[in-house]
Every structure is written in structure tokens, then in C-alpha cells.
Design a protein around this ligand. Structure first.
Ligand code: 3HC
Ligand code: NAI
Length: 696
């Protein structure tokens, strides 16, 4: 046997237990252990039936993702599952925790399934750019039909055991001890029963085909450009149209096609990058402080969003505003979010009241004297923020953590308004703060380790993806955005329309182009920043006036009905505006520029090169600790398509030497903007890439 799989006997039932913490992943030793245990139990005349169960807190949560990309050793998972299904003695899978991916496929290959009532099951392979490759696409629709199977496989989201039970995927639910209940269940079963022989769902082929057609529509819009979802659709179609063996062979070939794609490499990278971003030196050196209550100063867009995120995580919040009118508005901003959820039926009035009971509003800073942490989200003006921190310094208890949600301001300039700068960090949420997953945790020099660790603890509690950032203007995300934003402006002046640029970016996989994004955020924000930066701008730097000219007309984007696009009658998706094209043309003429045509691929090459080159600078200065943190920031805060792995992973796959030579070509046109980062030069010279830095 193997240390990771044990075989024991309870009366006439063999119990095979997988023990491979933390998630009982189905690595080689587990697969081999399962195989050998089934063989032994089948050969044992005193065994009547077999239970397969996970030790610790979960049934296997999938194949071992770390093995992907290596030469996989036999037995492979599909063979192990076939061995289970072909066993002459009944096998009962006993599910608890998260039975995911290959783990759930083991259960589908078993003859019976019993689950703890709070277990969750799913096939999340699509999140890794893969499809269920061990029979899941063939067995699951045979048991429950195409609709639920496609929902589960395409969303990648787990469903509750209760839902799985009512869909026929689970035979029995238990609130009692799972092991005891599973053994009892196994004692009662008489015969083997194979999912591959199920035909219930095939009885209504029309409904099956309708479900596939509907899913196809969804995939073509919401998952456009991704290989795995398309392959999932084909596999599920094959489950209806082909015998099991043929469907399974097709599934296997499709799985390997996905596994060898850049998309799965990008998504697997993103999976590990997301987990690596939470591992920071401060959190390894210190424990988080007590975090049982939160103060939020400012109840505008961000203050209200942060409040909702905190309330949703069960933290009581005291919100401070300037005056009675502002705090009433702050409260209304919070309530609005819950009212929308009630209107959509996603929360009841009672649930809303229960959450709002954790909220209190005030105009008196003394009401913050007992809270464990405060997050400031007032106007983006240093004088206003310093005044707020002076007040906080007076009232907050000594062990409290003080945080600012500033987008750009140097945290040191804010914290120096207090007598305790080491207790001040940046917590940069993204809008809408209750939805966006990214939280940049800005760590100024000298910040107390446990204050930083408390920021990471807050992120975990709010289910955010935290990234540690150094205290540099715009931190990681906005600083890099600034660069590729300028690159887009250059291309616009040189001949590409904002719509050409947005089309290319959309086609690359972003949910929207940069100009549509500017319109959504409000063009006035960038305008204010540019005006503030004007006195210190390097005169040698190329400056594009087009966005300023648009703002001068009072066109600030969606909120004013016009920006780079027009939004007639409150439309949320803009239409191209000929007057904007006239403004651009006039600017080009005034500067005497000759224009050129940009292909979509050139737009993307330049846009990504600007992103990656600045990413290198951010790394070189230690603002980001590792390239994968930049990938996580871009994916979770800026809509970078996950299936491309993030800009730094994309650059590795594109080829750093090729990207550098593009930059050196652009440098001939504009040596100020396109100066290759010394880090990029160094990596190319030493034939290393960002993955090497991630490992280092
Ligand atoms: N393989 C290898 N390592 C895994 C893993 C897997 N399938 N799932 C999780 N891990 C690792 C994580 O990297 C992490 O490692 P670390 O501590 O070194 O950072 C550790 O296990 C704990 O993971 P989480 O921090 O994510 O723990 P949570 O408790 O928050 O979540 C979970 C647990 C819900 C199981 C989550 O880890 C998860 O979603 N895992 C991925 C599940 C998945 O994608 N399964 C399908 C795999 S592909 C497959 O099965 C192919 C098959 O069809 C052939
Ligand atoms: P906002 O204008 O919507 O809200 C600011 C709120 O602060 C207002 O309600 C105002 O009444 C209140 N306020 C001002 N001075 C105050 C004081 N002295 N005491 C108490 N309350 C005071 O602004 P928004 O968009 O919420 O931005 C807040 C902060 O968050 C800024 O620093 C901004 O840069 C940052 N941020 C904004 C993002 C966005 O997309 N809007 C994204 C990430 C960060």
C-alpha cells in the first residue's frame, strides 16, 4: 500500500482512506494506493463492499495540479477510476469537504455516493483552462442531464451536496458521522451499479440538446476565446451521441489538448500565483492583531463599498462622515447595495436588517476609540487625509491599525500627521469594493509587521486576494496602468482610434477596452491627476492632450452621458462618437503628425510591452515582491484575462527576447517613453524569465 492511502476493515466492509494533506490531491502515490487497495479488497473473500473516504477535512479535491506539465506516472486517474467502476464488489464514495475535479470523478466512478450534508461537489477544471479529464464529462451528464452538468463544468463553481442529492448525483445525505454512515450504507448495498450504463438523461435528447445550445451561447460571449469551455461543450455533446468508450476517448484527447495549451499554463500559473501572493515576510514574522471591529472614515463610493465588504464578513462597522447630511448619505449608500440584493431576491429584508444591525454611523471621531482597525476613504487630497489622520491619532487606541485607501498618495506623507507612523498602512480596495477581489496592501518602510499581518487577515476574512505593494506612487496596479494608458494615448495620436484600441483589447480578453474603462471610472479623475502632475512633468516627455480636450467639454464619461463614447439615454455600453474622432484629428493636425495604421496585434504588442516594461521597474524597485504578484494585481484588479496568466506570465510565454526587441524598436521613435527596463535587459542577457524570479 502507500502511506497516503490506508486499507482497513470494519466487519465486512473495507475502508480505503486517502490521507494526503492539505486537500488529499490525487498525486501518483494516492492513485497507486487506491489501485492497490481496490485490488486487495476485491481479492479478500471476507470483504462484501468497499468505502472510499478522505482523511482530514476533505474528500480528494482533485488531481495534483503540481504534476501537470511533468511526466505523469501510471496508473493514470482515468484508469484508476475504471478500476473502481469495474470492481466486482460495490464501492461507496463517502464525500465531505470539497469533492472537486478528479476527486468528484472518483465518486462518479464509484457505484454509490453518500455525502455529509455540508459537503460541496464540483468540477472546477475550467478555472485551470482544463476540462474534467477522468470521465467527468461522460459520467456526470449520464446521471443528471446536460443542464446541471454544464452549469457545474462551465462555471467551475461547486454546488451543495443537497443540490447534488436532489439532482440524482448523490444517493444519500447524512448529518451523522460520515464514516459510520458510509459503512452502514455499504452494508446495505447488494450490487454494483455503473454510472457509464445510466441512460436516464438520454431519454429526453431534445432537452439535452437545448441545454447544450444555451450553454454555447453563454460561452461565445462570456468565455470568448477560451479553449476549455468549447471542449467541454463538445465532450458533453459526445456523451449524448457516442458510446461511453468513444466519448471518454474524445474527452481524454481534449483534456491533453487543453493541458498543452498556453491558456491552461496561464490559468494554472494564476492559481498558484493567487495563493503565493498571501505569503509575505511580515505575515511570517508576526501574528495579526485582534480584529473584531472596523472604523471607516468617508461614506462615498469607496467608504460605502468597504463597509459592505466588512459587514458581509461579519465585522461591525462604525462609519464617520463630515456632517449629519453626509452620514445620512453614507448610510444610504450602504443600504442601497442591500436593497438591490433584496430586489433581486438574493437577500431577504430580515437578512438585510441583521447585517445593518452591525452598522453604525457617526460624525464624532470619539466613536472610533474602541475599534481595532480604521480605513480612511475620504477625498483624494493630502490636506484632507492628513487632517483625518490627526483626528484618528487622538482617538484610536494604541494597538489599533490605521489604514488609508488612497489611490496614489505616499502613505508616509499621510502617516507623518500621526505620532505613530509605524501603525499606518495602505489598504487599496478597488471599485466596487464589495465585489472586486483585489486588495493591495501597501507597506511603507518601518511599518509594524503585525499591522501588516492584520491587513492580510482582513483580506482573508473579506475573501479578497491580497497583494503586498511597496509605497510608490500608484503602488503596483495604478502605476502600471499609468504607463499602458500613456502607450494607448500615443497610439491614438499616431493613428489608431480609441475604438480600434478598445476592440483589440477586448479581443485579447479584457472585459472592456481602456477607453470604455476610463469612461466608467470618470475622466475627471485622470484629468485632475494630470493637472496636478503638470508642474513636475519632464518637458522631454511626449504629452497627448486628447483626453484633456474631451474633459474641457464637460464630457467625463458615463456619468455625463459622453466621454470617449456616447451613452444616449443612460446606456451602459457606449457607441463611438464622431465628434471625438474630430477632436483627435484636430490634435494630430495641430501637431503636424503623420498617422499610420495599427493592426490589432501591433496594438496588443505595444500595450503589453508598456505593461511589462513598467512591471519590470516595479519589481526592480521592490514595489512588487515577485512577478506573479503583478499578474495577480492585473487579473483581480484590472480585468487582465486570467486565461493569459497575467502580463508577466504572458511575457514569458511570448518570449522576453522578442518583447525586448519590440521595445528597442519602439525606442527608436520615442527614447524617453520606451527605455527598456534594466531588469528586462538583464533577464534576456542571462536567459532567464519571470518564472525564474518567482521561484527565486
Ligand atoms: N493540487 C495540488 N495542490 C493543491 C490542490 C490540487 N488540486 N488544491 C489545493 N492545493 C494546495 C494549494 O496550492 C495550497 O497550497 P499552499 O498551502 O502551499 O499554498 C493548499 O493546497 C491549500 O489550498 P487553499 O489555500 O486553496 O485552501 P482552501 O481551503 O482555501 O481551498 C480548495 C481548498 C477549495 C480545495 C482549493 O484549494 C481549490 O479549489 N483547489 C483546486 C481544486 C481543483 O481545481 N481541482 C481540480 C484539479 S484538476 C483535475 O482534477 C483534473 C482531473 O479532471 C483529471
Ligand atoms: P467620494 O467622493 O465618493 O467619497 C469621499 C467621501 O469622503 C465623501 O462622502 C465625503 O463626504 C467624505 N469626507 C470628505 N472629507 C471627510 C472628512 N474630513 N471626514 C469624514 N468624511 C469625509 O470618493 P471615493 O471615490 O469614495 O474615494 C475615496 C478614496 O478612495 C480616495 O482616496 C480615492 O482615491 C480612493 N479610491 C477610489 C477609487 C474609486 O474608484 N472611486 C478606487 C480606489 C481608491
Amino acid at each position: 500500500m502507500s502511506a497516503q492511502v490506508t486499507l482497513s476493515k470494519v466487519r465486512s466492509i473495507a475502508v480505503i482512506e486517502v490521507n494526503n494533506p492539505p486537500v488529499n490531491a490525487l498525486g501518483h502515490a494516492v492513485r497507486k494506493g487506491l489501485w492497490d487497495s481496490i485490488e486487495a479488497a476485491e481479492a479478500d473473500n471476507t470483504v462484501k463492499a468497499i468505502v472510499v473516504i478522505g482523511a482530514g477535512h476533505t474528500f480528494p479535491a482533485g488531481a495534483d495540479i503540481k504534476e501537470f506539465g511533468t511526466v505523469m506516472q501510471q496508473p493514470h486517474l482515468p484508469e484508476v477510476i475504471d478500476r473502481i467502476e469495474n470492481c466486482k464488489k460495490p464501492i461507496v464514495a463517502a464525500l465531505h469537504g470539497t469533492a472537486l475535479g478528479g476527486g468528484f470523478e472518483v465518486a462518479l466512478g464509484s457505484h454509490y455516493r453518500i455525502a455529509s450534508a455540508d459537503a460541496r461537489i464540483g468540477l472546477p477544471e475550467v478555472n485551470l483552462g482544463l476540462l474534467p479529464g477522468a470521465g467527468g464529462t461522460q459520467r456526470m451528464p449520464r446521471l443528471c442531464g446536460a443542464k446541471l452538468a454544464l452549469d457545474v463544468m462551465l462555471s467551475g463553481k461547486p454546488i451543495s451536496a443537497t443540490k447534488a442529492h436532489s439532482a440524482g448525483l448523490i444517493d444519500s445525505l447524512t448529518e451523522d458521522d460520515l464514516r459510520v454512515a458510509a459503512i452502514k450504507f455499504a452494508e446495505d448495498v447488494q450490487e454494483v451499479r455503473r454510472s457509464r450504463d445510466e441512460t436516464k438523461c438520454m431519454l429526453n435528447a431534445e432537452a439535452y440538446r437545448d441545454a447544450v445550445a444555451e450553454a454555447k451561447k453563454m460561452v461565445s460571449t462570456r468565455m470568448r476565446g477560451q479553449l476549455a469551455p468549447t471542449k467541454i461543450l463538445e465532450c458533453v455533446t459526445a456523451a449524448l451521441e457516442k458510446p461511453f468508450a468513444e466519448g471518454r476517448a474524445f474527452e481524454r484527447a481534449s483534456f491533453f489538448e487543453c493541458l498543452s495549451s498556453k491558456q491552461s499554463k496561464g490559468m494554472i500559473h494564476a492559481f498558484f500565483a493567487e495563493r503565493a501572493s498571501a505569503k509575505v515576510p511580515e505575515a511570517s514574522r508576526a501574528k495579526p492583531r485582534k480584529l473584531e471591529s472596523l472604523g471607516v472614515v468617508g461614506g462615498g463610493t469607496m467608504g460605502a463599498g468597504i463597509t459592505v465588504a466588512a459587514l458581509d464578513s461579519g465585522l461591525p462597522v462604525t462609519m464617520i462622515e463630515r456632517d449629519a447630511e453626509s452620514i445620512a448619505r453614507g448610510r444610504a449608500n450602504v443600504e442601497k447595495v442591500y436593497d438591490r440584493l433584496v430586489a433581486k431576491g438574493r437577500k431577504t429584508e430580515n437578512q438585510k436588517s441583521a447585517v445593518m444591525a452591525l452598522y453604525s454611523g457617526s460624525t464624532d471621531y470619539n466613536d472610533l476609540s474602541n475599534v481595532d482597525m480604521v480605513i480612511e476613504a475620504v477625498f483624494e487630497r493630502l490636506d484632507v487625509k492628513r487632517e483625518v489622520f490627526e483626528q484618528l491619532d487622538k482617538v484610536m487606541k494604541p494597538e489599533a491599525v490605521l489604514a488609508s485607501n488612497t489611490s496614489y498618495i505616499d502613505i508616509d506623507l499621510i502617516s507623518s500627521a500621526t505620532s505613530r507612523p509605524s501603525q499606518v498602512v495602505g489598504l487599496h480596495f478597488f471599485s466596487p469594493a464589495n465585489i472586486m477581489k483585489l486588495l493591495e496592501i501597501v507597506v511603507p518602510k518601518g511599518a509594524a509587521d503585525d499591522a501588516v499581518a492584520t491587513g492580510f487577515a482582513l483580506a482573508k476574512r473579506m475573501r479578497k486576494v491580497p497583494v503586498r505593494a511597496g509605497n510608490s506612487g500608484g503602488f503596483i496596479g495604478n502605476r502600471i496602468l499609468g504607463k499602458y494608458g500613456i502607450c494607448a494615448a500615443h497610439m491614438m495620436e499616431d493613428g489608431a482610434s480609441p475604438y480600434d484600441i478598445d476592440d483589440a483589447i477586448f479581443e485579447f480578453g479584457y472585459p472592456m477596452g481602456i477607453h470604455a474603462m476610463y469612461d466608467l471610472a470618470g475622466l475627471d479623475i485622470g484629468w485632475d491627476n494630470r493637472k496636478a502632475a503638470a508642474p513636475t512633468r519632464d518637458p522631454a516627455e511626449r504629452y497627448v492632450d486628447i483626453a484633456d480636450k474631451i474633459c474641457e467639454r464637460g464630457w467625463f464619461g458615463q456619468k455625463t452621458g459622453r466621454g470617449f463614447y456616447r451613452y444616449p439615454n443612460g446606456a451602459r455600453v457606449g457607441t463611438p462618437d464622431p465628434e471625438v474622432l474630430e477632436i483627435i484629428q484636430a490634435e494630430r493636425k495641430q501637431k503636424g503628425l503623420t498617422t499610420k495604421k495599427f493592426s490589432k496585434s501591433e496594438i496588443i504588442e505595444r500595450y503589453l510591452a508598456a505593461m511589462v516594461n513598467e512591471g519590470c521597474e516595479v519589481l526592480r524597485e521592490g514595489v512588487a515582491l515577485k512577478p506573479s504578484d503583478i499578474d495577480v494585481t492585473s487579473i483581480f484588479g484590472y480585468g487582465f484575462p486570467r486565461h493569459r496568466g497575467g502580463p508577466m506570465k504572458y511575457a514569458d510565454m511570448y518570449g522576453l527576447d522578442k518583447m525586448l526587441s519590440n521595445i528597442q524598436k519602439y525606442e527608436q521613435e520615442d527614447p524617453v517613453f520606451w527605455r527598456p527596463s534594466p531588469l528586462l535587459l538583464e533577464l534576456v542577457k542571462t536567459k532567464r524569465n519571470f518564472d525564474d524570479l518567482n521561484k527565486g
